[in-house]
Design a binder for this molecule. Structure first.
Ligand code: KG4
Ligand code: ZN
Length: 367
């Protein structure tokens, strides 16, 4: 069964064809990231316009790369939420139109949940990006930590620019949300701290690069304590970095954050990056470790853009008693493949297809 997956929730326009939920036939991605970089974050208007420009060529590319004509496509899956309204509309309206024209079943997919689906691809752990090649394909015990196929019950940590979630999946469509962020997502915290330090957008890769030459113990930042031990809160950590940076240059909290970068030395930026990353990563792994102990899952998956972070992978490998499974590095960030695989799970679960004349976007869709 070949499913065409379409993703347009944020700044990536992507389409992929996945066979039987496990083999990736194509993954075409166009990103408007460079257009947002100068603003230090995604500008929704620009993202939506870029999707309009890219969506048709990206879908055509995905079909060509997969060597598929429309007759070879059995269903279409599209992100219906969560995400930016204008961006989601482009993907959903394109998918609806194609489902009607080509007479294909249509599945509306939850983007956050779909990040976990990316771990189900064959060769999910193949290491092929430069960031990932700095890491290990095997954990310290020599187990092939990234290469096995996830099994249910599955514990997932989903960490991206928009979401921080821990969920226990009995099957793909039967899960319990154990906790989520009360304020900023962890990727958002990386992006905001990078902005404070004058490091380029997106903040995740630039903080982790800067942190390589910094001291993770230089500053002691707080870990948020919350009523639900599986919930997250990262806005206090971001503010602590801001206050420490102000104090480092001898200014008080009135000093404007946009002027900080020019006053901080490269060494100070590296130490702030490393100390921030250290606490952010520890916070994530503390909760994951606790959940592994409490729920004894068969597999653990870390997915979403922040799953590329090498410090997170190292600490998770050291502290989690099961091998941790990651999506392929290029499929940690947003992509159509994860949407296609989630569509395949919908087919397996015998979920009814959507009405292509009425499928709506759900920007605030939660898990
Ligand atoms: O999953 P994704 O592409 O989009 C959302 O669904 O949000 O995640 C993007 C996020 C950004 O916040 C980016 O800074 C973060 O993932 N990210 C990282 C790394 N690479 C990307 N965060 C930490 N370390 C990284 N290496
Ligand atoms: Zn995402």
């Amino acid at each position: 069964m070949n499913i065409l997956g379409i993703e347009s929730s944020c700044d990536e326009t992507s389409a992929s064809v996945v066979k039987d939920g496990t083999s990736l036939l194509s993954n075409a991605v166009a990103t408007s990231l460079d257009l947002h970089a100068q603003f230090g974050g995604v500008v929704p208007e620009i993202a939506a316009r870029s999707h309009i420009e890219y969506i048709t060529p990206v879908i055509e590319q995905a079909l060509t790369d997969a060597n598929c004509g429309w007759n070879d496509i059995d269903a279409i899956a599209v992100t219906k939420g969560a995400g930016l309204g204008g961006s989601l509309l482009v993907g959903v309206l394109s998918a609806r139109t194609l489902a009607i024209l080509k007479n294909k079943p249509l599945y509306g997919i939850n983007h956050v949940q779909a990040h976990v689906a990316a771990a189900f691809l064959e060769k999910a752990g193949s290491i092929d990006s430069s960031e990932a090649s700095a890491g290990k394909a095997e954990d310290s015990a020599g187990r092939a930590s990234n290469r096995s196929k996830p099994k249910f019950p599955l514990l997932a940590l989903i960490v991206s620019g928009g979401h921080s979630q821990i969920a226990l999946f009995k099957s793909f469509y039967d899960y319990e949300l154990l906790g989520q962020t009360r304020d900023d997502a962890v990727g958002e915290a990386f992006d905001k701290v990078a902005k404070i330090l004058g490091l380029p957008y997106p903040g995740g890769p630039s903080i982790s690069k800067s942190a390589l030459s910094g001291d993770p113990k230089k500053y002691t930042f707080p870990k948020a304590k919350l009523e639900n031990p599986y919930d997250f809160s990262f806005s206090g950590l971001k503010t602590a970095v801001l206050r420490t940076a102000q104090a480092e240059i001898g200014e008080d909290y009135n000093f404007p954050s946009y002027k900080l970068a020019e006053r901080l030395s490269e060494a100070q930026k590296a130490d702030l990056s490393a100390s921030f990353q250290h606490i952010a990563v520890e916070t994530l792994v503390d909760k994951l470790e606790k959940a592994v102990q409490q729920y004894s899952p068969a597999s653990v998956v870390i997915a979403g853009g922040v799953a590329s972070n090498q410090a997170l992978r190292k600490v998770a490998t050291e502290r989690i008693s099961l091998p941790v499974i990651y999506p392929r590095p290029d499929l940690c960030t947003d992509n159509g493949a994860m949407i296609a695989i989630a569509g395949y799970f919908a087919h397996l679960a015998k979920k009814p297809a959507e009405d292509p004349y009425s499928l709506e976007i759900t920007p605030q869709l939660s898990m």
